[in-house]
Design a protein around this ligand. Structure first.
Ligand SMILES: Cc1cc2nc3c(=O)[nH]c(=O)nc-3n(C[C@H](O)[C@H](O)[C@H](O)COP(=O)(O)O)c2cc1C
Length: 381
């Protein structure tokens, strides 16, 4: 299969599976424990149906939305994900360029492999910086200052990763940074030599968001140890309130799921929340963001921008989330598999297919603007 024979998420996933060594494919594709939340994330969209209106004159369709003060040409954005250089040698460069060409926002992870400054200089589309909270408060302040100076538009604090999820596929293959592969993991790298050649012949693997502050070089600190030794499990609402104040700009919490927490996010001055279970990679058994969306929108939707991510594979999934009141929807694996399958061109193709799906589906729904989608357009079975 080639890239131009990929027409949807599943095709790109298959192509990524063919191109990537098994441990890396499974790092992307896997989730926590029994992966029930991972499966539920997509299944949740299938429990309600769209109810179209007809004969409404749908010649021109406007897909743009405004979220956390950022104007996006499409109602989806590329959520921050770690280690993109491992999936394709262009890593975040490819995803940022593809996002920019569709006029949408992209996230740069604290565990990103290209510097937030480089991406900020190159693209004018809105940039999110995804942040973890460190024990060293000075380090938190320095990293926020650095993001501010770079011109990051939105600060996104991930709050669902106070400890690492139990990803058993990674335990089986030995996937970690630096690599500590099991024998079968090594064998799976050996049978994908093209990945290895590309990995060796391109720029060295780096974690530039952290390297300047923490010695991650030469395997001095593994990512597992970074999570257990450097991140602060005592992080609480007062700490975050201080960060929000210090940032004094667009600030959102990623991984909010309860109404009570959503209200606290409003109280401490956040401008956005992302309902998310980290793609099922953290707490298995936790609720799908789509299942929880209406409750949260009803409670705080008039005071804060509510977004969601998890399990999005189709334009209709996005239309359903927008109908329930999400301001925009985040993508994870939807763009990661294309990245692995064919770099920037494949991410562009995938985002283009999604945009075309949404535009077509909006017409079929009888809507010309995202704001026209409402709960009248949905029925739960
Ligand atoms: C391989 C991978 C790495 C990720 N890395 C991060 C990360 O560094 N920070 C973060 O906040 N979320 C991270 N996420 C979660 C995504 O931002 C997003 O919440 C999730 O992928 C959405 O689910 P989906 O993949 O089903 O679309 C990661 C997800 C994947 C699949």
């Amino acid at each position: 299969m080639r890239m131009n024979q990929c027409f949807n998420f599943h095709d790109f996933r298959e192509l990524a599976r063919k191109r990537l060594p098994g441990p890396i494919f499974n790092y992307i594709d896997g989730a926590a424990d029994d992966e029930t939340t991972y499966r539920r994330n997509t299944a949740a969209f299938e429990e309600c149906d769209l109810l179209p209106s007809v004969l409404s004159g749908v010649e021109q369709v406007d897909l743009s939305v405004t979220v956390m003060g950022q104007k996006l040409a499409v109602p989806f954005y590329c959520s921050p994900t770690a280690l993109q250089r491992l999936f394709h040698y262009d890593g975040e460069r490819a995803v940022a360029a593809a996002s920019a060409s569709y006029g949408t926002m992209f996230g740069v992870s604290s565990l990103g492999t290209v510097s937030l400054e480089e991406l900020r200089k190159k693209h004018s589309s809105p940039q999110v910086y995804q942040f973890y909270f460190h024990k060293d408060r000075g380090l938190n302040r320095a990293m926020m200052q650095r993001a501010k100076e770079a011109g990051v538009n939105v600060m996104m604090l991930t709050v669902d990763s106070i400890t690492g999820g139990n990803r058993e596929r990674d335990l089986r293959t030995g996937f970690s940074i630096p690599f500590r592969l099991t024998f079968s993991g090594m064998f799976q790298f050996a049978i994908k030599p093209m990945w290895g050649i590309n990995y060796i012949t391109h720029e060295r693997f780096k974690l530039p968001q952290l390297d300047a502050h923490v010695d991650m070089s030469g395997g001095a600190l593994s990512i597992g140890r970074y999570f257990t030794e450097m991140l602060d499990p005592s992080m609480n609402w007062n700490d975050v309130a201080e960060m929000v104040k210090l940032w004094s700009g667009q600030f959102c919490l990623k991984g909010i799921m309860s109404v009570a927490d959503a209200k606290r996010a409003v109280d401490i001055g956040c401008t956005g929340i992302v309902l998310s279970n980290h793609g099922g990679r953290q707490l298995d058994g936790s609720r799908a963001a789509f299942d929880q969306l209406a409750e949260i929108v009803d409670a705080v939707g008039d005071r804060i921008d509510v977004m969601m991510d998890g399990g999005v594979q189709r334009g209709t999934h996005i239309l359903k989330a927008l109908s329930l009141g999400a301001k925009a929807v985040g993508l994870g694996r939807y763009y990661l598999f294309p990245l692995a399958a064919g770099g920037q061109a494949a991410v562009e193709r995938a985002l283009g297919l999604l945009r075309a799906e949404i535009e077509r589906d909006m017409r079929l729904m009888g809507c010309t603007r995202v704001g026209q989608l409402s709960r009248d357009n949905l029925r739960f079975r």
